[in-house]
Design a protein around this ligand. Sequence first.
Ligand SMILES: [Fe+2]
Ligand SMILES: [Fe+2]
Length: 261
Amino acid sequence: MPARLAQISDFHVTRPGALAYGRVDANAALAAAVRALNALDPQPDVVIGSGDLVQGGADAEYDALTAILEPLRAPFLPLPGNHDRREGMRRAFPAQGFGPDHLQRALDLGDLRVLTLDTLREGSDEPQLDAGRLAWLDRALADPRPTVVAMHHPPAPSGVGWVDPVDAAWSDALGARIAAAPQIVRILCGHGHRSLFRPWRGVALSMAPSTAHQVALDLRPAAAPAFALEAPGFHLHVWDGAELATYVASTLGFEDRFAPG
Ligand SMILES: [Fe+2]
Ligand SMILES: [Fe+2]
């Protein structure tokens, strides 16, 4: 049975009227993403928000976030990024039924399973998967159905040094589980603020762009932190019952269509 997963990431929503980094109207950018997603026909079965939903974790930011997402037609499935706070997300999304220890969820889309992981280490930009979250993943991966695993931090290096974790060993325990789970058809992540496709531990991995600002494409090892106002976008992952294909779309100009000839 086919399934469609849209993925939007790294909204960095601010208090109304504020700009992220004094420069980016992240709230207007997320509203543009919502309009683009609402224009999709057929609609996605779910829209995954792969973390950094807000900029600073304040309740006022989560209030702005839920107001901007309110017109979204498709169901929304959020997971936390390093800019998020678990309590803020529990309060903003009570219907998700998040547990007391982490914000991980399992969702069935026909014969495709979607697992969302919580890599948040509160108070730090560094990722973490503690024993409880890994044990949850072990139980989830006992199901042999085709599975997409989504998380905020890429477990593989993005290649942009200032974005990648200080200690790459954080993902070793995850990698061992990925390599031993042949039903995993894709790892989805965000955090890197640009599209990237690469294999990791034998599985295809994709990183989604930000709906707001992108990370400058600068692969020098000592590159200074820098964002770029490249066109924001999203990913649309389409499962045909056997394989997952990914479309990359920009939210700019998405609805401005004209006939050829
Ligand atoms: Fe981000
Ligand atoms: Fe992030």
